[in-house]
Design a protein around this ligand. Structure first.
Ligand SMILES: Cc1cc2nc3c(=O)[nH]c(=O)nc-3n(C[C@H](O)[C@H](O)[C@H](O)COP(=O)(O)OP(=O)(O)OC[C@H]3O[C@@H](n4cnc5c(N)ncnc54)[C@H](O)[C@@H]3O)c2cc1C
Length: 382
């Protein structure tokens, strides 16, 4: 069920889609199995993506980006899912990390970091979550305490996407540990040669095996005060709250692309596979399940296209982004499960993409703010 061209797209964006599709199909998909075994992508693929202009597509050209909009980020995410090549962490790198620097960074910070993120010379990560706290972000323990012209960063972070390869980490830390939200700041740690910085394990997960989700440790890491994102301490929580809708929307874009891919693959398989002398598709149960899934895909597509258009116009509000995130990721998990069932035993085999869609989908209800937290947020606005 390939979606028709959305109203928020145009020829330029569709050309970018084509470029992204070719890149994910040719440069990523053939390596996915090996990347899953080694638990990370090859470092060089970041440079290839950068060369093609696929990193930071919605950062202005004066900072090395593609000069596009969120539409470019969206088609990139869609084509990555459609190619079945989810390991390269471009969403975190481009749609999230680069945008913190672009939105809140000083002119010097933007000129220093954004061009290198756009070429892939630097890989970006954002470290919020700690072993002791995830959803309750205000309770983080990591500290960045000013000492003369430097911050001294201490703390442990876990579950950090791009954690093994990242050379630029935005660390969410308390510059004022006596305060909750008001004490939080975002501080950049450039990891190359940083004394006191170390990486822990690349974590073994139930899905997304090729994505380097890792632990990061900071023990007295010194960074210049110029690495505080923005000029003023204590803005981190507000900055996070303002950027999280974009993060949630891009996860929702991935969810709808996965839903559409699962439905397409399952229609094809059930029309080919026979049982009791007829295609599995012809059983009423199969037809009804797929009719339901196709309906959900359609509703989801209309909703996401509306959210994307609103976001491009600067009109996507916090509760709507939260609605998109919880509802579409819930549908993604439900549909992956229902579709896998229609593959029978083959659905449980790793060589069938539907099995990966099933295991990869599960995290979507957890990261970017859990779906329970999404409902908490929505409830505050109703
Ligand atoms: C593969 C992967 C990649 C990730 N990438 C990153 C990353 O790049 N950077 C980063 O910082 N983090 C990352 N995370 C962390 C992720 O964002 C957190 O796991 C998530 O926010 C939940 O935090 P937690 O795991 O501590 O769960 P908890 O906060 O301990 O939650 C446990 C359960 O309690 C529920 N709960 C908590 N509070 C409430 C409440 N108020 N009301 C109702 N229910 C509640 C939760 O919904 C959940 O079901 C990643 C995680 C994974 C697994």
């Amino acid at each position: 069920m390939p979606a028709p061209r959305p109203a928020w797209s145009d020829d330029d964006i569709e050309a970018f889609r084509e470029l992204a599709r070719t890149f994910f199909e040719k440069e990523c998909a053939p390596h996915e199995e090996r990347w899953c075994e080694q638990q990370h992508v090859d470092r060089e693929v970041w440079l290839k993506a950068g060369e093609l202009g696929l990193l930071c597509p919605s950062i202005p050209t004066e900072y090395g980006g593609g000069g596009g909009t969120f539409a470019h980020e969206a088609v990139l995410a869609e084509e990555q899912v459609r190619a079945g090549a989810p390991s390269l962490g471009t969403t975190v790198h481009s749609t999230i990390v680069a945008h913190y620097i672009y939105a809140y960074g000083t002119e010097e910070q933007k000129r220093r970091w954004l061009p290198k993120l756009a070429t892939g010379e630097l890989v970006g990560a954002i470290a919020m979550t700690e072993p002791g706290t995830g959803s309750d972000l205000q309770s983080i323990k990591a500290r960045a305490i000013k000492d003369g012209a430097e911050y001294v960063v201490d703390g442990s972070k876990t579950f950090i996407s791009n954690g093994l390869l990242a050379e630029l980490v935005i660390v969410v830390a308390k510059t004022d540990p006596e305060n909750a939200a008001a004490g939080i700041s975002l501080v950049v740690v450039e990891t190359q040669g940083a004394d006191g910085f170390s990486r822990g394990r690349v974590l073994k997960k139930i899905g997304q095996h090729g994505q380097d989700t890792a632990e990061l440790f900071f023990a007295g890491v010194r960074v210049p005060t110029a690495n505080l994102i923005g000029d003023v301490e204590g803005q981190g929580f507000i900055q996070l709250m303002q950027q999280l809708p974009q993060e949630r929307l891009i996860l929702s874009v991935g969810a709808i692309a996965a839903i559409e891919s699962a439905v397409t693959a399952t229609i094809k398989y059930t029309k080919e596979r026979e049982a009791f002398g007829r295609p599995v598709f012809n059983f009423q149960n199969t037809k009804f399940k797929l009719a339901e899934a196709a309906t959900t895909a359609k509703i989801g597509r209309v909703f996401i296209d509306d959210c994307i258009a609103k976001h491009i116009a600067g009109d996507l509000n916090i509760p709507t982004a939260s609605m998109a995130k919880w509802w579409l990721t819930q549908q993604q998990c439900d549909i992956a499960d229902e579709c896998l069932q229609l593959f029978g035993g083959y659905g449980y085999m790793q060589e069938y993409p539907i099995s990966k869609m099933y295991t990869d989908s599960r995290i979507q209800k957890i990261y970017g703010g859990t779906n329970e937290i999404m409902k908490e947020i929505i409830a505050r606005f109703i």
